[in-house]
Design a protein around this ligand. Structure first.
Ligand code: NAD
Ligand code: ZN
Length: 242
């Protein structure tokens, strides 16, 4: 606190910011998620029962994401990071599609992992794998031959401690916390907004629909991210003092 205080921004994004890129949201209509029961493809017990089925689902998600590009919303956040500098900007995303990185975001915390990373179920080695489609399902670990799994956080799993700790620190330090395109129903991601507000941050939301966070918000834009994030970014800059 005091004269040297740096006013920083933390942003939390969810599946909604990628909707305009053509990636189905989780609860939205017509998505990949409608065709498969989530507990069979996005839980550790679903994977234990039928790893091939889970891998077919993830291979389909990778194929879909590989054909999509960042949209105006992703780009507006990447430009905002450039304007503020990485030390005053943290982007926390629940998305696993990789589009924020492609748009140029650098200070990025992918708290639910990435479609483009795989982890060995035996030796634990994790690495990037961008092959689309994967030649063998389930894919074998190049180091030990055991089965790989997607390096994403499934329902019923704990978030990676180090990454989530950095997200909490960014939320606590922020003067402004901006929530974009998340239904705020998945914890502990949604609690980041409450932590920020509890530490005195202003809370802004961009979502065509109301969410459980809406009553806590100082400002809300009932719009699609691509249409308003440029404007919201300009207002955030002036709110934070350049
Ligand atoms: P969600 O599907 O629960 O909610 C999406 C939200 O986005 C809704 O509130 C909806 O009103 C809003 N929305 C729809 N179109 C929008 C637009 N154009 N602009 C702004 N907002 C828009 O998503 P969630 O809250 O991120 O939770 C879903 C979980 O599933 C997360 O854990 C996430 O990891 C995963 N998921 C990720 C992706 C992805 O990587 N793109 C896609 C689907 C699901
Ligand atoms: Zn291995």
């Amino acid at each position: 606190m005091g004269g040297s205080e740096v006013r920083s921004l933390a942003v939390l994004t969810g599946a909604g910011i990628s909707a305009e890129s053509g990636i189905a949201t989780f609860r939205g209509m017509g998505g990949l998620w409608e065709k498969v029961p989530i507990e069979e493809v996005a839980t550790p017990w679903g994977f234990a029962r039928d790893p091939r089925r889970v891998w077919e689902f993830y291979d389909a998600r990778r194929r879909q994401a590989a054909g999509c590009s960042p949209n105006a919303g992703h780009r507006a956040l990447a430009r905002l990071e450039e304007a503020l500098g990485p030390e005053r900007f943290t982007l926390v995303t629940q998305n696993v599609d990789g589009l924020h990185r492609l748009a140029g975001s650098r200070n990025l915390l992918e708290i639910h992992g990435s479609l483009w990373r795989v982890r060995c179920t035996r030796c634990g080695e994790e690495r990037e794998d961008r092959r689309v489609p994967l030649p063998d399902l389930p894919p074998p670990c190049p180091a030990c031959g055991a089965m790989l799994r997607p390096a994403v956080v499934w329902f019923g799993e704990v978030l990676p401690e180090e990454v989530f700790g950095r997200a909490v620190a960014a939320a606590e330090a922020s003067a402004l916390f901006l929530v974009v395109g998340t239904s705020a129903q998945v914890e502990p991601a949604a609690s980041l907004a409450r932590i920020a507000a509890g530490h005195g941050a202003a809370l802004w939301e961009v979502n065509p629909e109301e969410t459980p966070l809406t009553p806590l918000c100082d400002r809300s834009w009932r719009s699609e991210a691509g249409a308003v994030l440029e404007t919201v970014a300009a207002e955030a800059l002036s709110f934070l003092g350049g």
